[in-house]
Design a protein around this ligand. Structure first.
Ligand SMILES: [Zn+2]
Length: 426
């Protein structure tokens, strides 16, 4: 191990208690999204800490983005530390929002409790543990190598859990995730400390509505039941679409294994009387039934074909089923993305994992999307991966935690990789 790596290692080991308390402090901001609670104090906490360490700190409110109000401002923070002279910029991006809590917790989810070598809390794993690790990593690097060239940025951004429009997408539109400002991006999402996440599958969300004719429920033959038409859609999906999707297998290293196939979730179904009726439902034949589909697709598939597979089935029903009519509305789509294995950031993190953990990293693709999509599509920056501590399966679960030793190890990986990216290993 080089002198510099030894020094970094010593500093990070010595900062373990600080890493734990920083993680707990971050968890204590209940940044639940939606609606986007406590974003400003959490962003300011990060900004204040880094300002004291000599970072230039800027706040960006995603004005006009979904959910942004004076009560729930979409406050992002970017902190930048300039080295001694010109060089590349390494950026660590973490989202500060967390998902709702649910009722299964055995402890206070926002207390930041430390027990048995773990920090517990909503967001411990996804991804305040990763954020804290990147802060400690960068601080240790700056202290160990104050004469470095280039720059290092740390951001805390909002709304990742709801698409990232007030967060990374907003900042990328402003050029904050593009060259020449930024060259390499590491997103410390919880993919496990020895895995490098190269990208994610694609997404297509759409709403399908079947159309009917209202009538009195005692004489359904006078109307046309939209729910029965939707039943025909669902059974055609079972017979034709789901087997087709299950037959598609990607070469992308998607985890878990089930997500190597194309998948579709039926997110919701609504038809007839509202769920919230009180008393007795009205005797009506429903004239509308809607489902929302959540289709996840592979690098080998294109979006037009993905859509056509669904519309072909609907058109087939229109041809063959009496009075069948439908509407389909696109809601959202994201193309699959995958950073090449020989990209500088992949190489740097890979070498660092080998040095810290004495094993080769596993390369994976996330089943769902994360903010890398905005870095790639809006920022046109393709040297981007997700790498961070935390066990992926614990994200969004009750009693979520992050293991302290994992945070320490991945902080070392982040610091070594930063040096590699700034200097090319010199
Ligand atoms: Zn996350």
């Amino acid at each position: 191990m080089s002198d510099l790596h030894e020094q970094i290692t010593r500093r990070i080991d010595a900062a373990t208690n600080e890493l734990v308390s920083l993680t707990s402090e971050l968890i204590r901001f209940p940044t639940i999204n939606p609606p986007g609670e406590d974003y400003t104090p959490c962003a300011e906490y990060i900004g204040n800490r880094l300002k004291k360490r000599g970072f230039q700190v800027n706040y960006f409110r995603g004005r006009g983005t979904p959910g942004d109000t004076d009560r729930f401002p979409r406050t992002n923070v970017i902190a930048r530390f300039e080295g001694r002279g010109p060089g590349p910029t390494v950026h660590f991006n973490s989202h500060i929002d967390v998902v709702e809590v649910g009722s299964d917790w055995s402890m206070d989810p926002f207390a930041g409790i430390v027990r048995d070598g773990k920090v517990y809390g909503r967001g411990a794993c996804d991804m305040k543990g990763g954020l804290a690790s990147s802060i400690i990593a960068v601080e240790a690097y700056i202290d160990a190598n104050p004469g470095f060239m280039g720059a290092i940025e740390i951001s805390g951004t909002v709304d990742e859990e709801t698409g990232g429009y007030g967060g990374v997408a907003y900042l990328a539109e402003k050029g904050l995730f593009s060259k020449p400002r930024v060259d390499h991006v590491i997103i410390p999402e919880p993919l496990n400390k020895d895995r490098i996440c190269l990208g994610h599958r694609g997404v297509w969300w759409a709403e399908i509505e079947t159309l009917g004719v209202q009538a009195h429920g005692s004489m359904p033959f006078l109307g046309d039941c939209a729910v029965r038409h939707m039943g025909a859609v669902l059974s055609a999906f079972e017979d034709e679409l789901f087997p087709l999707l299950a037959s598609k297998q990607t070469d992308m290293p998607v985890v878990p294994k089930g997500a190597k196939k194309s998948t579709m979730n039926i997110n919701s179904i609504h038809g007839g009387d509202g769920e919230d009726y009180s008393g007795f439902p009205a005797a009506n034949v429903p004239d509308s039934c809607r489902i929302v589909i959540d289709r996840r697709f592979l690098l080998e598939e294109d979006l037009a074909t993905v859509k056509r597979e669904v519309t072909n089935i609907l058109e087939g029903l229109k041809d063959n089923r009496e009075d069948f009519d439908y509407a389909i509305r696109d809601m959202w789509d994201v193309l699959p993305t995958m950073t090449e294995r020989d990209a500088p950031v992949v190489q740097a993190v890979s070498q660092a994992i080998e040095e810290v953990m004495d094993k080769k990293p596993e390369y994976v693709i996330s089943p769902g999307t994360y903010d890398q999509k905005h870095v790639a599509r809006i920022g046109h920056l393709h040297d981007c991966i997700a790498y961070g501590p935390g066990i992926l399966d614990l994200a969004h679960r009750a009693d979520e935690y992050v293991i302290i030793d994992d945070m320490v190890e991945s902080a070392k990986v982040m610091a070594f990789a930063t040096h590699q990216l700034l200097t090319g290993g010199k």
